[in-house]
Write a protein that binds this ligand. Structure first.
Ligand code: FAD
Ligand code: MLT
Ligand code: ZN
Length: 474
């Protein structure tokens, strides 16, 4: 470590305490991303315990022109939360900041610090008699700061919106180390530019989120989950339309999974007993949250499924008998990501397309890819209710998947993203840009939009100290 590096480490230790500045072997776990697509090298990890400490850390790093990478649970899927390979960046871990600051039952809000784990937030809301609806596979380890920084989506967006929609206020430490207290619980506030919305989804490049005030919802009287085998993606889309019509605001989740994705779960986790996966090309998972009663919910669901059977949209279906069964069905859905990891290296896409165009998009992308790469396998699943597909590609069976991905990922993604753009979709629906999609953005975002983004970055972080080289190239 150079003298300058040692000086900054000592300065940070004076702010947060020596035990909260990690170096050497202790950096493992902070330097590699969840997908193992990026292995960085940090100067150190600093773990502040308060907003004031975060501000002083940022001030110290800004004075020394040392760049910072904010990190929460390090579960992001686009390699945006780990340092680059230079060994000069400081990882700013928010995990120690995990306090509940306030719960306001009448205003139906909760204020928590950025390092609060999402699952704990759901549990805390539940204990207070409310629902916090953000829900995703990584909820046991991701943090609310990371959720907001990536504007995470998940499985309840169709009813409650994404992380942005759940956030009423933020506390942020700016790139200069100033604290912006925007922790308002207001549902209406038109006093100028919306700074909160600027920071949400900025992936640690504009400021460090230290706390947030979030919306709480009434707990539904009953939640029911149905699993249905549907003959085609067109049928899945028609069923979604029917679900909106029959269930209205009670429709809280609508997920789709193709046969190959479910086959992977069956292969790697046979004990999960994936229902119906061999019956049709697609299955859907539908969740209904009812304000009245379980009997009412069941009646609604049965009525809708009956009509769907009559119209041939559904070949087979079950409604979970109890919460345990519902949980098991959701667990199968959430296991697709891990089953893909078990199967080997793959090419991941997180795209959104207008729902009406999704079947056409999939047909066209499938055909183009199958023509270009013999034997590739399509892992298709996601949040159909939001028009968000995880359109992933698994290497052909029996070959070196790592080598296949290294050789062909660029071309595969180019085909997928060109098709996405043709349908006026987005190349990142919910995971963000991070480092992995950085080089793709200029081809799929207008020059005007990119120039505006650069102007914002330059104004808020003129020395490019916060997560440089993520979202926008350095
Ligand atoms: P990290 O991974 O630590 O960081 C993510 C980004 O946010 C980085 O750019 C980082 O610099 C920045 N950041 C983190 N904390 C802060 C902060 N306090 N202030 C400023 N910037 C910060 N995402 C979805 O949207 N929907 C899903 O359904 C979904 N499912 C997933 C399932 C699995 C199994 C996994 C592993 C991931 C999944 N994700 C999903 C990815 C998702 O983006 C992350 O899980 C989560 O939102 C990131 O939170 P985190 O605390 O881990 O953030
Ligand atoms: C999901 O919907 O399960 C997540 O976004 C994770 C993934 O895309 O693998
Ligand atoms: Zn997802």
């Amino acid at each position: 470590m150079s003298v300058l590096d040692s000086e900054i480490v000592a300065t940070l230790a004076a702010i947060v305490g020596a035990g909260n500045v990690l170096t050497g072997d202790d950096l493992q776990g902070y330097e590699q991303d969840w997908r193992r697509r990026a292995q960085g090298k940090a100067l150190c990890v600093v773990r502040p315990g308060s907003t004031e400490e975060v501000a002083r850390v940022v001030q110290a790093c800004a004075a020394a022109r040392v760049s910072l990478v904010p990190q929460g649970g390090n579960t992001g899927l686009v390699a945006g939360s780990v340092p680059d390979a230079s060994g000069t960046q400081v990882v700013l871990s928010l995990r120690r900041m995990a306090a509940v600051r306030a719960i306001d039952p009448q205003n139906m809000t909760i204020t928590v610090e950025a390092g609060f784990i999402l699952q704990r937030l759901q549990e805390t809301a539940d204990q207070a008699g409310f629902l916090f609806p953000l829900s995703l596979g990584a909820e046991g380890s991701c943090t609310i700061g990371g959720n907001l920084a990536t504007n995470a989506g998940g499985t309840q967006v169709v009813r409650y919106g994404n992380a942005r929609d759940l956030c009423l206020g933020l506390e942020v430490v700016t790139a200069q180390g100033e604290v912006w207290d925007g922790l308002s619980g207001l549902r209406k506030d038109n006093t100028g530019y919306d700074l909160r919305d600027l920071y949400v989804g900025s992936e640690g490049t504009l400021g460090v989120i230290t706390a947030a005030t979030l919306r709480l919802y009434p707990k539904p009287a009953a939640m029911l989950t149905a699993w249905a085998a549907v003959p085609s993606l067109e049928d899945a889309c028609s069923l979604l339309g029917m679900a909106h019509k029959h269930l209205g605001a009670s429709l809280t989740g609508f997920e789709v999974m193709n046969q190959f994705a479910l086959g992977l779960v069956d292969k790697h986790y046979p004990h999960l007993r994936v229902p119906m996966w061999q019956e049709t090309a697609w299955c859907v998972l539908i969740e209904l949250s009812d304000a009245e009663s379980e009997a009412h919910a069941r009646g609604l669901f049965e009525g809708m499924l009956e009509q769907a059977f009559e119209q041939g949209l559904v070949a087979d279906a079950i409604i979970a008998e109890n919460l345990r069964q519902a949980h098991d069905l959701w667990h199968i859905r959430e296991s697709i990501t891990l089953a893909q990891v078990e199967e080997g290296f793959n090419v991941k896409h997180d795209v959104s397309i207008p729902i009406s165009l999704i079947p056409e998009f999939v047909r066209e992308a499938d055909a183009a890819l199958a023509a270009a790469f013999e034997g590739i396998r399509f892992v298709n699943f996601g949040h159909l209710g939001d028009g968000n597909l995880h359109y992933n590609i698994q290497a052909p069976a029996g070959i070196d998947a790592k080598a296949f991905v290294a050789q062909h990922e660029e071309r595969i993604s180019a085909i997928v993203y060109d098709t996405v753009s043709k349908y006026r979709g987005s190349i990142s629906a919910e995971h963000g840009i991070g480092e992995l999609k950085l080089h793709k953005l200029p081809q799929h975002k207008s020059p005007t939009a990119l120039a505006l983004m650069r102007t914002i970055k330059g104004a808020l972080d003129p020395h490019n100290l916060l997560n440089p080289g993520r979202v926008l190239s350095a």
